[in-house]
Write a protein that binds this ligand. Structure first.
Ligand SMILES: *Cc1c(COP(=O)(O)O)cnc(C)c1O
Length: 375
């Protein structure tokens, strides 16, 4: 079986875990947690970071810290994974979904501005925007940040998939007041499960750390004036994270190489690869494409690839099309739905060789041929 994006260990992980065991800090405190947070700051050039149990919990903490509460409106990229949005509901706030553009597959800044103006007419003043850089490719963050500043909206960057991706040489996750990374098993680096909240504002990260630690006051005894969460990352997993982060650039280079090779090998197919902005460097976490030929059903392609042991996947199904969000407002231009209806993700793991990619693309081509004949 060829998997979509399996974990890849450098070899240092076990060494660091061993150190954690020797120190006996098998806890949500310890040397490797401090190191992991510091190294993420150094790498992304952000000032503060707190390691937590998942990307989803990091987004939840960001909302809580920024004061998003019951009845508040939160703008969200619709073309994303649900972990990006469920924290809005944890806070009993109200998501408003905004569609993508073809230029980035990410949130459309023009539609964002239109949506905010429409909402203002209804006396709805969104408090925050959760912006996803999907598949590790930066959104038009300069324009989006400008709009957020203009309308006094907190920008939270869901950079769960885009660690290491840059826009004008600045890391995704560092543009807004808060940025979030995920270290889930299939992400570009992994701690098996984990996440990080970063900010250049000290109070944001300090408050997040406080809520992530059961909102325990700084007293000798356990004093609580508010309700928090148990969201901290374990020192054991931070050991894995430190080792993984050491090879992030190597991983990005490899994923970008995989993307370029796919592009070359599939140049005769009538497909469109996910674009990249000129002043951006995506991490190409997953290579994704859409079929231009409407006779090609991507879901059928995924099924047939699965049958021969190759894991591909449909693109993220937009949130505004999810039954669980059917009662919420969305501003749609049809783009994310169209991309979803025509696209797939290709295996993009670190260990794939050129031969693997030739094998995968040959199989893909013959499946497409089969579907074309049927049509
Ligand atoms: C993975 C992911 C998350 C959630 O991260 P977890 O660590 O799995 O909780 C959020 N948003 C996006 C876009 C993701 O891909």
């Amino acid at each position: 079986m060829i998997f979509l994006s399996p974990p890849y260990m450098s070899g240092k992980e076990l060494e660091y875990i061993k150190k954690v065991f020797e120190s006996n800090y098998i806890a949500p405190v310890g040397e490797f947690l401090d190191k992991f947070e510091k190294n993420i700051c150094d790498y992304t050039k952000s000032k503060y970071a707190v390691a937590v149990s998942s990307g989803t919990s990091a987004i939840h903490l960001a909302l809580r810290v920024l004061g998003v509460r019951e009845g508040d409106y939160v703008l969200c990229s619709t073309f994303t994974f649900i972990g990006s949005v469920s924290p809005v509901l944890y806070q009993n706030a109200i998501p408003v979904f905004i569609d993508s553009n073809y230029k980035t597959w990410n949130l459309d800044p023009d539609l964002l501005e239109l949506a905010i103006n429409e909402l203002h007419k209804k006396e709805i003043y969104p408090k925050a925007l959760i912006l996803t850089h999907i598949y590790g490719q930066p959104a038009e963050i300069d324009k989006i940040l400008e709009i957020c500043n203009k309308f006094n909206i907190y920008l939270i960057e869901d950079a769960a998939e885009s660690l290491g991706a840059t826009f004008n040489n600045k890391h995704t996750g560092t543009f807004g007041i808060a940025g979030v990374y995920s270290f889930n098993g299939n992400k570009i680096i992994t701690t098996s499960g984990g996440g990080m909240l970063i900010s250049n504002e000290k109070w944001v990260v300090e408050k997040a750390r406080f809520y992530a630690t059961q909102a325990k006051e700084d007293t000798l005894w356990y004093e609580h004036r508010e309700v928090g969460y148990n969201y901290r990352l374990s020192n054991v997993l931070a050991g894995i994270g430190v080792a993984q982060l050491e090879m992030i650039e190597e991983k990005i280079e490899k994923r970008r190489k995989i993307f370029n090779l796919y592009k070359e090998l599939l140049k005769d197919l009538n497909v469109e690869f996910m674009p990249e902005l000129e002043n951006a460097r995506g991490n190409r976490w997953l290579t994704t494409l859409t079929f231009n030929d409407l006779d090609i059903n991507p879901f059928e392609v995924v099924k047939r690839m699965q049958n021969i042991g190759i894991e591909t996947r449909p693109l993220w199904k937009p949130m505004h099309l999810q039954p669980v969000f059917k009662n919420f407002i969305f501003y749609s231009n049809g783009v994310s739905q169209d991309i979803f209806n025509r696209g797939i993700c290709l295996p993009s793991g670190h260990e794939l060789t050129e031969d693997d990619l030739i094998f995968i693309t040959n199989k893909l081509k013959s499946i497409i041929d089969g579907l074309n004949k049927k049509a």
